[in-house]
Write a protein that binds this ligand. Structure first.
Ligand code: ATP
Ligand code: MG
Length: 566
């Protein structure tokens, strides 16, 4: 690479946006001075936000029936039948009486969403009330509450298996495993002390507030998860839906396939995964990430020395077990340079292990929260993501959870989409969806307002991600998620700070991604031709940002550790 391609030392954010400017209240080492042009913009971001500090804990409704029929009388401006749980949710979310009266329909929609997202007793991972004051949430999650039988079908027929090991270790491998206990030691939850080899330290584990986790709710109209019910996504893709195919009443009336039982899901998984013990093939795992559905480790394929990432998902902890099949089927069937490459998968005890290409640069979240990206960087990332989206949409896959957390980076600046756990495979019979799925702050208005939606929801989320790259976080992140949903439903296109400082091309690009009218919002293929993308810098220009972000996260983690030890 020519020297002149390398930018000067990357500007880092004066204070990590991830920690609301205060690193969770911890003292951090001073960051390098920023270039003058950035300083004013960053000064605003450096102001402490409410993100981790003074937000009220929301008490979520528990154990109540989803039979809420709330009415609104425009004459009196009063709601009828509002359950007390909703009243307290509204109070916690800081949605004023005036706001409630202004948009009663939108309000009821988002409240219904909260109801639905907390309805299933097993939904421990989605929008759980949690300890935002403790950013190390990934190490302090609840043990599994439900159990799912995994292992030889005959032995597991009664589905009774409780007290599963939360440590990510194996318990009853599908295939002969001479000594699972001894294998367990090879997979420490925490990185082991580096005594044997002077390997570089693992990338720091990213820390994200609970509210940035993904959410899945019940569909309003019948629909299926992509591969859940054994849809034919493995052998050839479904035929293309007519372009712009209307969400016909017929589609809405399609009877829903019966929900698969745990045993059926396991049977399906068994037909997909590789039989055998991954521990015989992969070694040296170190924890590099933690998401809603499981823990991610690095590993080395012993025979080749190839480094891979393994995502271990405890099946008993998945609120939508059928969605987990997406993770592998869609990744396996949709190979693209901008999609994280699926390598293999295994059933290990109660866990599904997905082996995939390892992206050592970490997630884009680290870069957006810790460094300042310029338009050239942002254009380059948008172009790469759009290439993946164009490909996925062409193959009738809607990702539904585009956000910086789900974009992984190579140390060479490669940009790849991951996390297909929530994607939807559309078909001619069902080209539109209604499930409110994704992560609230990134959700398109048509998702939030429970309309039927299609692939363009990913384009909206990309627009929100572009704001993350610009400002360090998505709009409304300092708001309660319920309020954020309300604001998305009622405000439409979010306001962009210092918009007039952006190039006209970038402004137009953002406006197009964040166009509320779906018909007028361009497709990924159309956006790929947008002039803003011509401003893309080479992907290698992302490398210094990736390194700077890693350093910053590492320092924050050490500070947190230190504070914990004291
Ligand atoms: P969520 O639903 O909250 O997004 P998840 O359970 O689906 O999370 P992932 O997003 O797939 O989990 O992974 C969690 C984290 O692990 C990522 O943010 C990333 O930091 C790391 N990670 C995942 N896959 C890889 C990979 N292939 N290479 C490097 N790091 C990875
Ligand atoms: Mg993820």
């Amino acid at each position: 690479m020519a020297d002149d391609e390398l930018p000067p030392a990357p500007p880092v954010r004066m204070a990590s946006v991830r920690f609301g400017g205060e690193a969770g209240g911890l003292p951090l080492p001073p960051l390098p001075r920023e270039p003058d042009a950035e300083r004013r913009r960053r000064a605003r971001l450096a102001k402490p936000t409410k993100r981790h500090t003074d937000k009220p804990e929301i008490s979520y409704p528990t154990n109540f029936e989803h039979a809420v029929h709330v009415g609104f009388d425009p004459a009196t401006g009063e709601f009828s039948g509002m359950p007390p749980q909703w009243v307290s949710l509204l109070a916690s979310a800081n949605i004023s009486i005036q706001e409630q009266r202004q948009h009663p329909d939108e309000l009821i929609n988002v409240l219904n969403y909260y109801d639905a997202s907390n309805k299933d007793g097993d939904q421990t991972k989605f929008m759980v009330p949690t300890t935002e004051h403790n950013p190390l949430w990934e190490q302090e999650r609840d043990p599994p509450r439900a159990s799912l039988a995994v292992g030889p079908a005959d032995a597991r027929a009664d589905g009774a298996r409780s007290g599963s090991d939360h440590s990510g270790s194996t318990s009853t491998p599908d295939t002969a495993d001479p000594d699972p206990e001894s294998e367990r030691d090879k997979f420490p939850e925490e990185p082991e002390p580096e005594e044997e080899e002077p390997a570089p330290p693992p990338p720091p584990v990213a820390v994200r507030p609970e509210r940035t986790k993904s959410v899945y709710t019940q569909p309003l109209a019948p629909e299926e998860p992509a591969a859940a019910a054994g849809s034919p996504v493995t052998n050839g893709k479904p035929a293309a839906p007519a372009k712009g195919a209307a969400p016909t009443p017929a589609a809405r009336d399609t009877p829903r396939r019966p929900k698969l039982s745990d045993e059926e899901i396991l049977a399906r998984l068994r037909s997909i995964v590789t039989i055998g013990d991954p521990l015989r093939r992969y070694t040296k795992m170190e924890k590099i990430g933690q998401g809603a559905s499981g823990v991610v480790h690095t590993a080395v394929e012993t025979a080749t020395g190839c480094e891979v990432a393994i995502k271990q998902m405890n099946l008993s902890q998945q609120p939508k077990k059928e969605l987990i099949i997406n993770e592998i089927v869609v990744m396996r069937e949709n190979k693209h340079p901008n999609v994280v490459n699926y390598v293999d998968s295994y059933l290990v005890g109660e866990e599904l292990w997905v082996v995939m290409e390892y992206l050592p640069g970490g997630s884009l979240t680290d870069v957006v929260t810790e460094t300042c990206m310029d338009e050239g960087h942002i254009a380059a990332v948008c172009r790469e993501v759009l290439q993946a989206l164009q490909f996925l949409h062409m193959n009738h896959v809607i990702h539904r959870d585009i956000k910086s957390d789900n974009i992984l980076l190579g140390t060479d600046g490669a940009v790849k989409i991951t996390d297909f756990g929530f994607c939807a495979q559309i078909s001619p019979e069902q080209s539109k969806r209604t499930t409110m799925v994704g992560t609230p702050y990134w959700m398109a208005p048509e998702v939030v307002t429970r309309k039927q939606y299609g692939p363009k929801v990913d384009v909206w989320s990309l627009g929100i991600m572009a704001i993350e790259m610009l400002e360090g976080e998505p709009p409304y992140l300092n708001e309660n998620p319920l309020k954020a949903l309300y604001l998305i439903a009622t405000n439409g296109r979010p306001e962009i700070k210092d918009r007039d400082k952006l190039s006209p091309q970038f402004q137009e690009f953002l406006d197009l991604c964040l166009e509320v009218d779906v018909e007028r919002r361009p497709s990924a293929a159309e956006l790929l031709r947008h002039p803003f993308l011509k401003a893309s810098r080479p992907l290698t220009s992302l490398c210094p940002l990736i390194e700077a972000a890693k350093d910053a996260v590492r320092e924050q983690n050490s500070a947190l550790k230190l504070a914990k030890a004291v």
